[in-house]
Design a protein around this ligand. Structure first.
Ligand SMILES: [Mg+2]
Length: 147
């Protein structure tokens, strides 16, 4: 069930569409952050064109978008709880499709707010890597975080 992603810097092999030149790119953390930051802008722009932000002047637009993220998480939980297939992509499990919806909503909101969430993800992961309360021995201690 759980996949381990142990390759520290995966290599992406790409081919240009112009002259079929093959090249390799190292998917460094900085490139991964850039891709996420790019996706925020790309998804936001597409959703803007689709009318998702027609009421952007409403002072409750950000809280509303946050609750829409929560609703996608609730849909993912329901899909997992009942082992459902997705109703729009029936070959896929509802859990995965709804988690994709979560990302779409998160990237969309970050794009609207100008939040570079990929860059922040790198910073937060680095911070979390050294947190005392995240170390196994401290989690196992009295009053430690069990999950
Ligand atoms: Mg959904």
């Amino acid at each position: 069930m759980t996949k381990a992603y142990l390759t520290p810097v995966p290599v992406i092999v790409a081919t240009t569409s112009i002259d079929d030149t093959t090249f390799e790119i190292q998917a460094t953390p900085e490139l991964q952050a850039y891709v996420l930051d790019f996706m925020c802008g790309d998804i936001y722009n597409k959703n803007l064109a689709a009318g998702w932000w027609d009421q952007a002047d409403n002072p409750l637009v950000v809280p509303t978008k946050l609750m829409l993220i929560v609703s996608e998480i609730a849909e993912a939980m329901e899909g997992h709880r009942k082992s459902l297939k997705d109703d729009k992509l029936p070959d896929e499990d509802m859990l995965g499709v709804e988690l994709a919806d979560v990302l779409i909503r998160v990237f969309d909101l970050c794009g609207f707010l100008g939040i570079d969430v990929g860059t922040l993800l790198l910073k937060k992961a680095a911070f979390n890597a050294n947190r005392a309360d995240h170390k196994p021995e401290n989690r196992a201690a009295t009053n430690g975080k069990k999950y």
